[in-house]
Design a protein around this ligand. Structure first.
Ligand code: PGA
Length: 247
């Protein structure tokens, strides 16, 4: 059986108080018996406060980034061990905003993936094509290349015990969403790339998911949940999206 996930990426938003309020609202409503796992990704400085707020709930915590190094003179960085220590279970690696704004290469993404997994975090590997790459019919090539770079360094089995999120760059934060057919096409290509070892790897879709478009996306056979940015900052909206996922 697939594990389904609903992931809220809060990005760089909110104070400690608004983060705790949001987490508390989610924790009050989210049923521990739910087959779908809810994970929230607060800004680093709010992780411990949010972890305390959801401690008695079924909600898990993730980190929006992780250092590829385990310790040392890396000013401003946070190691996977530190994130585990703060209560994180997951880490995003290769989010398109970090690939673009922090120039993270596929090699760095692979190293972050390995560092996260070595410390016991479950990496959520984000992949996706730009608008130009889609227009040039390079979508599957780009996405499979991003995944291959991690398989090459971490090994196929290790990639298959992580989570992969397909997030077309042109759909992230733009209000534009891939159609369910476009998303399914890429998800089925990812599933084929992982082969036998990846039949139970959760594959998430992300990119302007909201309560109005989520049901059709989540109905696709190879979409096992969502990675939600903007719409995860509103408790009611995020819960409505979460409830559309069938475990
Ligand atoms: P969005 O962000 O839902 O605001 O498009 C998705 C993401 O960045 O993971």
């Amino acid at each position: 059986m697939f594990k389904s996930l609903i992931v809220g990426n809060w990005k760089m938003h909110g104070t400690a108080q608004t983060a705790v309020n949001l987490a508390t609202q989610l924790a009050e409503d989210w049923n521990a018996d739910n087959e779908v796992e809810m994970v929230v990704f607060p800004p680093f400085v709010h992780i411990s406060a949010v972890a305390a707020a959801v401690a008695k709930s079924a909600i898990s915590i993730g980190a929006q980034n992780v250092s590829e190094y385990s310790a040392g003179a890396y000013t401003g960085e946070t190691s996977a061990e530190m994130l585990v220590d703060q209560g994180c279970k997951y880490a995003l690696v290769g989010h398109s905003e970090r690939r673009a704004l922090q120039n993270e290469s596929s090699e760095t993404v692979a190293e972050k993936f390995i560092a996260a997994q070595n410390a016991g975090l479950i990496p959520i590997l984000c992949v996706g094509e730009s608008l130009q790459q889609r227009q040039n019919n390079q979508t599957v090539e780009v996405v499979s290349g991003q995944i291959a770079a991690v398989i090459e360094r971490a090994g196929l089995q290790n990639v298959c015990r992580a989570v992969i999120a397909y997030e077309p760059v042109w759909a992230v934060g733009t209000g534009e969403t891939a159609t369910p057919e476009q998303a399914q096409q890429v998800h089925s290509a990812i599933r084929a790339q992982l082969g036998e070892a990846g039949t139970a790897t959760p594959l998430l879709y992300g990119g302007s998911v909201n309560a109005a478009n989520a049901a059709d996306l989540f109905a696709q056979p190879d979409i096992n949940g969502g990675l939600v940015g903007g719409a995860s900052l509103e408790a009611v909206e995020f819960l409505n999206i979460a409830k559309l996922i069938e475990a």
